[in-house]
Design a protein around this ligand. Structure first.
Ligand SMILES: *Cc1c(COP(=O)(O)O)cnc(C)c1O
Ligand code: SF4
Length: 340
């Protein structure tokens, strides 16, 4: 590495570069039986392994049931082709007017700035998404911005991915400056798992940028288990909360990770402590290779109802699923649970 590069690379970018990608190293660091290695290697051929080193410190060693480990460990089960699980269950290719842009719901567009993430979550609904083809790159931004400028009904731009916070602060700045020219855009929403899995990302420079963009700004983080909310994560989130960013969280309901009311209640409490409002609890999208994480809608509704009976209403996220063609995420509602 040259001198100039080493001083330009921020600590979080270094953390990204140094993420674990070798299954053998992961198993060794977490003291997991190497018998699992061949299956892990096979699974990474379909969807690579990627975990920031800092995330490992939140995982218990030699414990295959650790809820954070389950989210990142490549397993043989991912290779099974299960009936009903598809590669593109959301049919996103059909709502993709130009590369990197999804216009599915009224008033808002979703823009993928990059195809990569800081972590590869094994349950990810984009594990088969053609990122390379659909990554607009900075050159493609102009086409996306033209599309947004031409449609005054678009009042909110959602940056998603991949993970938009993998992008450098200077690129985020360039993007938001261009976006600011479009008068009808009122809100900028960022969906990112970085504040949770790589809290070093929340630098002073980033905080400065997000606090001063000329939009109402919403950051939707993505945490699935209370163990993910470490002291550093809490600090990073509180910093953003203090500068006036609306912080929301979405969770994916995952079998043997967070499929009990106690865990979900603790997660909501930990998030709210950190200044984050629970937003969505998603039922898993039926993506090939993730069937072992899935729960029935009935089980999801039961859990959600149990949760609702234990905490304040505003701490209970909306239980939703995604349905191709539907004009919004669909709520799951079970009124029949209460017959009293
Ligand atoms: C989820 C999603 C949104 C945002 O939906 P909200 O219900 O407003 O959070 C927007 N566009 C796409 C393509 C989505 O999948
Ligand atoms: S951070 Fe989100 S988009 Fe990236 S792998 Fe995880 S679930 Fe998928």
């Amino acid at each position: 590495m040259t001198q100039s590069n080493s001083y330009k690379t921020a600590l979080w970018q270094q953390d990204l570069i140094e993420a674990i990608t070798d299954p053998k190293e992961l198993l060794e660091l977490l003291e997991i039986d190497l018998e699992l290695l061949p299956a892990a290697i096979a699974a990474t051929k379909l969807f690579p392994l990627k975990v920031p080193r800092g995330f490992l410190s939140r995982i218990k060693k030699n414990d295959l049931n650790d809820p954070l480990l389950k989210q990142i460990l490549p397993l043989g089960a991912e290779l099974e082709e299960v009936f009903g699980y598809e590669k593109d269950p959301l049919k996103e290719s059909s709502v993709n007017p130009i590369p990197g842009l999804l216009h599915k719901y009224s008033g808002r567009v979703l823009l993928t700035l990059v195809g990569t993430c800081a972590i590869n979550c094994r349950y990810c609904f984009r594990r088969h998404f053609p990122y390379e083809k659909n990554n607009p790159g900075t050159a493609g931004w102009d086409r996306a911005l033209e599309y947004i400028a031409a449609d005054p009904s678009i009042t909110e731009v959602i940056l998603s991915g991949g993970d938009p916070l993998v992008v450098s602060d200077s690129l985020l700045q360039t993007f938001s400056e261009k976006l600011a020219h479009i008068r009808h855009v009122k809100r900028l929403r960022i969906h990112s798992r970085l504040p949770i899995v790589l809290p070093t990302r929340i630098t002073e420079e980033f905080t400065q940028w997000i606090a001063t963009v000329p939009f109402k700004t919403i950051l939707v983080v993505h945490a699935n288990h209370p163990h993910e909310i470490s002291t550093e994560v809490k600090k990073a989130l509180q910093t953003l909360s203090k500068v006036g960013i609306t912080l929301l969280n979405q969770t994916v309901l995952l079998k043997d990770v967070n499929d009990n009311a106690e865990t979900l209640v603790q997660l909501s409490e930990a998030l709210f402590d950190a200044g984050v409002q629970p937003y969505y609890l998603h039922v898993l999208d039926k993506v090939q290779g993730t069937a072992h994480f899935d729960l029935s809608h009935e089980a999801a509704e039961q859990l959600h109802w149990e949760m609702s009976q234990q905490i304040s209403g505003f701490l209970v996220p909306k239980l939703v699923c995604e349905q191709p063609g539907a004009p919004a995420k669909l709520p799951l509602l079970r009124r029949e649970f209460y017959t009293g």
